[in-house]
Design a protein around this ligand. Structure first.
Ligand code: IPE
Ligand code: IPE
Ligand code: MG
Length: 250
């Protein structure tokens, strides 16, 4: 894996210290991308999957610690069954085709969400991908599948409560709760990107985005190029993050 040098990062118009440690992306607009081309929605999803390689590669090369991608929400079961089926088939195909390269690049794959609800072949392929890459130390790639933030927080609260009871405590702490989130041990989300111009959270990482910067690029996800991603990272670098305090140089 070839991490960019300080100089290469600067040549891209970025600065290492102004890069987000954790980027979360709501990959939206596959359907509209397809419609614009008079193609079936499935073609949009396929084109969307094709964008993953570049975005993952760029994140890894830039030294981003965690990248969390929203691939299937708990609400996406409301879609027609043939569309859900297409998404599942694409998932299996993606992991089967890409796992070697992801492994070679040191990527560590985590699935966040209730993936145990998926059919056995889907479960098998994602469990294999996680197991194969679990000792990798490069980019943490979290793929949100059957993910919903409210369900995640409720699950974490229950896990933390059980732990508290077992230890004879009457309250859970923030540390206990955070340790039970799917993203435990990873940096907080610094940057949330939602493509396609929609400006809503759609039940994604509600706890983890508390102090994130939000960007809503207009491109549909299949059109979100490496260059568009770099532009988003540059825009992030220009934001002033105060965390409730005052400007550092004020
Ligand atoms: C995002 O694209 C992919 C998933 C939700 C799986 P959409 O399928 O939501 O595309 P639009 O919003 O209909 O354009
Ligand atoms: C959010 O997109 C979920 C994913 C990108 C996987 P949706 O297209 O499902 O969200 P809504 O329905 O516009 O809120
Ligand atoms: Mg959508």
């Amino acid at each position: 894996m070839a991490r960019y040098s300080e100089e290469q990062i600067r040549a891209l118009g970025l600065a290492r210290e102004a890069l987000p440690k954790h980027v979360a992306i709501i990959m939206d607009g596959n359907g509209r991308w397809a419609k614009q081309r008079r193609l079936p929605r499935s073609a949009g999803h396929r084109a969307g999957v094709d964008r993953l390689r570049g975005i993952i590669r760029m994140s890894s090369d830039l030294g981003v610690a965690s990248l969390t991608l929203y691939a299937f929400s708990t609400e996406n079961w409301r879609r027609p069954s043939d569309e859900v089926g297409t998404l599942m088939a694409l998932l299996i195909e993606y992991f089967t085709k890409e796992i070697d390269e992801l492994f070679a690049n040191g990527v560590r794959i985590r699935i966040i969400g209730a993936y145990e609800d998926f059919a056995a072949p889907v479960r098998a392929v994602i469990e294999r991908a996680m197991k194969r890459t679990e000792a990798n130390t490069g980019l943490n790639l979290n793929i949100a599948l059957n993910y919903g933030s409210r369900a995640e927080i409720l699950r974490a609260a229950n896990l933390a409560m059980r732990q508290a009871l077992a230890e004879g405590k009457r309250e859970i702490t923030a540390d206990m709760l955070e340790a039970c989130l799917y993203t435990a041990g990873q940096p907080e989300v610094d940057l949330l990107i939602r493509t396609s111009g929609e400006q809503r959270a759609s039940n994604f990482l509600l706890y983890q985005i508390s102090y994130a910067e939000f960007l809503f690029p207009a491109e549909y996800w299949p059109d979100f190029s490496d260059e568009a991603y770099l532009a988003a990272l540059r825009a992030y670098g220009r934001r002033s993050r105060r965390f409730g305090g005052l400007e550092e140089d004020a």
